[in-house]
Design a binder for this molecule. Structure first.
Ligand code: PEP
Length: 257
């Protein structure tokens, strides 16, 4: 059961299903999740299914309080001749409240840059979505001592031109690339160090209120047995979870950590 007294930053546990699950799978997941959750206290939940399962997830989560459905990405244009793309207003119309932006797999495999991340955040906010913005260093960058420089570049370029008010409609996720899908989690202390850097950047760019309220989630091989230690850190406000979010009972455990 959530134990921390952190009224100003209620933790969020976000599930990133990546390219897994059909609409029917989503329905089955939510039936199992609702059963597992009961009425016990838990963290705020976000689930990001593939686009084709969003409608089923929205329908299945309709009566769940403190729950939002997210897109895994959005284009920065509202509509047009861009085959294969999905826009932020389309996600909002489909019932999403959030959208993940700049996930490292998008940066690594689909050519996303800090500049396109910046445009996507703008599109998300214009559509009334919360932008869940991912940043994080690769193993080579960490070993070269560049972690802070990489986070600073991604943060400053990603949020370039946004007001404090707009930044308050965003959630940040620190995801060290070397910890995603690898079973290697950053220790709570390592993660806290990076989160403190990011909160400092939020202060510099957005001011005290943004630094105080901005939720910074940790992502990278989060599991029920390591989440509690991560959440005990002062600047870790939840988790962005890939693999461990695919099983409803495991996700329920994370929501109650
Ligand atoms: C992710 O998809 O953002 C992620 C952190 O994946 P995993 O939990 O599987 O490492």
């Amino acid at each position: 059961m959530p134990s921390r007294d952190r009224h100003h930053r209620r933790p969020i546990i976000a599930a990133n299903w990546k390219m897994h699950k059909t609409g029917a799978d989503a329905g089955a997941f939510f039936a199992e999740l609702i059963q597992a959750l009961g009425n016990e206290p838990r963290h705020f939940a976000v689930v990001a299914p593939p686009f084709t399962a969003i409608a089923a997830a929205v329908e299945a989560a309709r009566d769940l309080p403190d729950f939002a459905i997210a897109g895994q990405n959005c284009d920065w244009r509202a509509s047009g001749a861009f085959t294969g793309e999905v826009s932020a207003p389309m996600l909002a119309a489909a019932g999403c409240g959030y959208v993940i932006i700049g996930h490292s797999e998008r940066r690594q495999f689909f050519g996303e840059t800090d500049e396109s991340v910046n445009r996507r955040i703008r599109a998300a906010l214009d559509a009334g979505l919360v932008a869940l913005v991912c940043v994080g260093e690769t193993l080579a960058e960490r070993e070269a001592g560049q972690t802070e420089a990489v986070l600073t570049r991604q943060f400053e370029r990603g949020f370039h031109g946004f007001s404090s008010e707009e930044m308050l409609h965003c959630v940040l996720a620190y995801e060290p690339v070397w910890a995603i899908g690898t079973g290697r989690t950053a220790t709570p202390e390592m993660a806290q160090q990076a989160h403190a850097v990011l909160r400092g950047l939020a202060h510099q760019l957005g001011g005290g209120e943004v630094a105080h309220h901005l939720r910074i989630l940790y992502g990278g091989s989060v599991k029920p047995d390591n989440l509690t230690g991560l959440l005990a850190q002062p600047d870790i406000d939840g988790g962005l979870v890939g693999g461990a979010s695919l099983d409803a009972n495991t996700f329920a455990k994370l929501l109650r950590s």
